[in-house]
Design a binder for this molecule. Sequence first.
Ligand code: NAG
Ligand code: NAG
Ligand code: NAG
Ligand code: NAG
Ligand code: NAG
Ligand code: NAG
Ligand code: NAG
Ligand code: ZN
Length: 920
Amino acid sequence: MPLKFGTSKAIAIAFGVLTVSSIGGMFTMIILFKAQTQNITMTPPPTPSPTTLAPPPNMRLPKSLVPQKYEISLAVHLYTKIIEEGNGSNPNITTPNQTMIFTGNSTVHFQCAQRTMSIFLNSRNLNVSSPVVLNENTKRNIKVSGLQHYDDESDFLKIELMDALEAEGNYSLFLSFHGEVSDNLEALYLSRYTDGIIKIFIAATNLQPTDARKVFPCFDEPDMKAVFKLTIFHRRETIALGNAAPYERNIIDDEWQRTTFRETPKMSTYLFAFTVVFFTTQCHFCVLFVQTYARPEAIDAGHTDYARDIARKLLRFYESQFEMKYSMGKIDQLALPDLYPAAMENWGLITYQEGFLLYQEGVSSLLHKEDIATVIAHELAHQWFGNEVTMKWWNDLWLNEGIATYLSYSAVDSVEPTFNIKEISIMNDLHDAFREDALASSHPLSPPSKAINTTDDILGMFDSISYSKGAIVLRMLANHVGEVVFNKGLQVSKNDFPFRSFPRLKPQAENQYRGHKAVRNTDDIAGFMNPWITQSGYPVITINTTNGQFSLYFLGHVKLHPVNSWTVEIEFISDASSKFEKVYLYNNEPAFITKNGEWILANIDCTGYYRVNYNPENWERLLAQLQTNRHSIPLLNRGQLIDDAFNLARAKLVNVTLALNSTLFLTNETTFLPWESAVRNLEYFILMFDRSEVYGPMQVSVIWLKNSCLQIILIFGNTHISYLCIYHTKCCFILRYTQLLAIKLACSNGLPECVEMANIHPNLRSEIYCQAVAAGEKEEWEFAWDMYQTSSDTSEKEQLRRALSCTKKIWLLSRYLDYTLDPEKIRLMDVASTIYYIAQNSAGQALAWNFIRANWDYVSQGDGAMLIAGVTSRFSTEFELEEVIYQSFLLAVALAIEQTQVNIQWVKENKDDVLQKKKP
Ligand SMILES: *[C@@H]1O[C@H](CO)[C@@H](O)[C@H](O)[C@H]1NC(C)=O
Ligand SMILES: *[C@@H]1O[C@H](CO)[C@@H](O)[C@H](O)[C@H]1NC(C)=O
Ligand SMILES: *[C@@H]1O[C@H](CO)[C@@H](O)[C@H](O)[C@H]1NC(C)=O
Ligand SMILES: *[C@@H]1O[C@H](CO)[C@@H](O)[C@H](O)[C@H]1NC(C)=O
Ligand SMILES: *[C@@H]1O[C@H](CO)[C@@H](O)[C@H](O)[C@H]1NC(C)=O
Ligand SMILES: *[C@@H]1O[C@H](CO)[C@@H](O)[C@H](O)[C@H]1NC(C)=O
Ligand SMILES: *[C@@H]1O[C@H](CO)[C@@H](O)[C@H](O)[C@H]1NC(C)=O
Ligand SMILES: [Zn+2]
């Protein structure tokens, strides 16, 4: 699944980079503040409410049995359509009460690896009965002496036998069971929408990571792969879709039909999926490799066309890149009205939130189009990396998610080159990784498997470390060995897990500077990767051009692991020659390279996962170079220099003045990335100061930035010219980001240009709606609310849902918060992001915080951690810190406390500097 959309980045995608970047990157470098944080006494968490769900010592299934194949039969009793009463409908039709029950049975065939008297499976919330165990070799039944359900977090179902199962024997287990379709987007769940007065119900599944056990008893661990053969009983007017293609459809009676599916390849339980829908596809009866399903209206209006076309192109790209055959035989893409997270890569049956699949030409924004392409590219990459080859256990989730994220960079770039999205995606992931990895609460990419036991442990792995750091570290490896070798390595890994095969491949041997006496073993890829994978945190490369010293510096919480020998590859250029040079640092021993040129710039194109600090003289020279001819500094580095300067300033390694000066060259900058870096980092200033007395001076100090931004718009013409540019030429596509940025700044500053520029262009609409609601009264809010409720365009709905949070009226915000408790008004999957939007409005922050505390059980069903992080991002007073500590029973709060401490400290230390500063 794509984290970005599922958790903290749901927001990034919804509105483009801006909102997200404003919270991204702001909490780095906490380490220096450790001293302070240790003085703060943390109230110990209250003892958790009594529950039987404590983790037992052992949570993992014994490996004595090896599943081979499941034959599953399920009946979904849901009514598909219910006509609402009292609408002048035929009084003779009695509306049935919806029935949430599902029934089923399964036979799992397995081999015995080790003699045992009991069978352990996972099962949860299922009523299981009538076990039958068969010795498939002798065709004799084995008597069952007990069926025991562990009432704890292991979710074990133990079947005790009268006779032992013998090693090498083949057996099967039949079970009957029934359960309930869930109403909260978990496991087999209910999704619904209305078509006029008709309510339409859909049954869908979402099983990652540990919910397969809520649908059928199974060996619910990713490496216990098996073949699945599925039969679904469903109502006649619906269609049933599964991982594999349907094999047979039989009408049973007036009401029921049965769909039987082909056998799947061997796969993990979390990838199992089926849906019972009232959907259509563009081409019902043709045999297409990729089919896209959605509500009939969306299909008829052509809203799935883009997803269909891009998916085919992406598949072709992956197939040619890796020469890999796709083994499921078909891919269905499904737009579901309710799904959490944004998409799930179920093998052969990929599910999406409607907003990440449906695209309406001319109405949806281009940013939205990019999100769709990116999410589809990510999920399709999983069809190989994740589905075909899978991590052994959830501690290595980064392999699944890091590879899918990394591959989507090139995939989207190859099929939609005009998006110019590759560098932006890389920069976003790099910053997300830095932000999370700088906190002491970070974890290594690959923690020991024993550290990840419970479902909560597993869910904790779906974070920016696994996705963003995973992708960035893989990009670093690809750069180290060369892309061709890297892709070959992925290809070789088809039958093995990626990178087991890597140490056998030879990377390009092109290190010009050894920097160290020890001869480096260039074959040792595992050795190269090891420290980055097994340790959290990242190094700061420190370069002193006076004596030519390159050294490795680790911040605060990074505890160097004695067995890790670090190798850091540093690519650099100098003004004397723009040719790439390389140096390797080993084990924190410095290297010396003396250049006669004026400046040195290291980490070219940000291929390394580290920050770079220089001696003040080199910093000054680099900033001077940026102001005279910025083109000798590569684009990604222009953005990264700003980001490094601000973050090093927060860690007190460089002067705040230097950081502010690093943005001066933007006056001439016309590309998005450096602007984004500057705005994000300056927003931290604004975020920290906007409620205190220094806000006035702050505004003066950033006003020049807004003016420069407006100038850029003037250089490129008004929105009409930009519109032309965006739609009719390829050259300036990237400009749309810069524009959004400029308008955001201009509008939040109340400039009249705002209105002029705010020509209703899809890319700008979100900001304009927001400003309109902010300036308006109850009438405007209610108008926007009506539009939100009636609009069928998902992109428009998303923009409106955010705009509604922009009002300055407390009572409207408060009522809007209340609406989030009503799933008829705000879908459960949208609750967390809606509250988050409200909290980002300075008028709504306190409201949102109180609201979350009062309604935690309901609102945390989506993503509690994101909520806490979002709502507390502005907290910067001691009073507020106490508030957060008071809430320390929440897991997510640990992070928020750490961030708030950083914020308090930062404001304290920088208030004076900023007050004195007029113009950077
Ligand atoms: C309801 O049923 C009765 C008797 O079957 C029939 O006469 C009547 O026309 C029906 N009403 C409607 C609105 O169909
Ligand atoms: C639906 O449920 C209500 C209350 O439980 C009951 O009174 C009613 O008879 C049921 N209707 C049908 C059609 O089963
Ligand atoms: C369960 O198994 C039997 C055959 O043993 C089959 O006839 C029945 O339809 C199955 N499915 C369900 C949902 O009960
Ligand atoms: C996870 O379970 C193993 C036993 O299977 C145990 O040794 C380990 O300490 C557990 N880890 C945690 C973090 O609870
Ligand atoms: C750089 O090296 C020179 C010469 O050894 C030294 O005087 C200076 O303090 C160093 N600068 C930094 C920032 O470490
Ligand atoms: C902008 O570019 C002009 C000419 O290319 C240059 O003279 C000027 O110094 C630049 N300004 C800044 C702030 O980079
Ligand atoms: C920051 O740098 C400026 C100019 O380089 C200098 O005047 C100022 O004293 C420095 N501030 C600190 C805190 O070092
Ligand atoms: Zn994913």
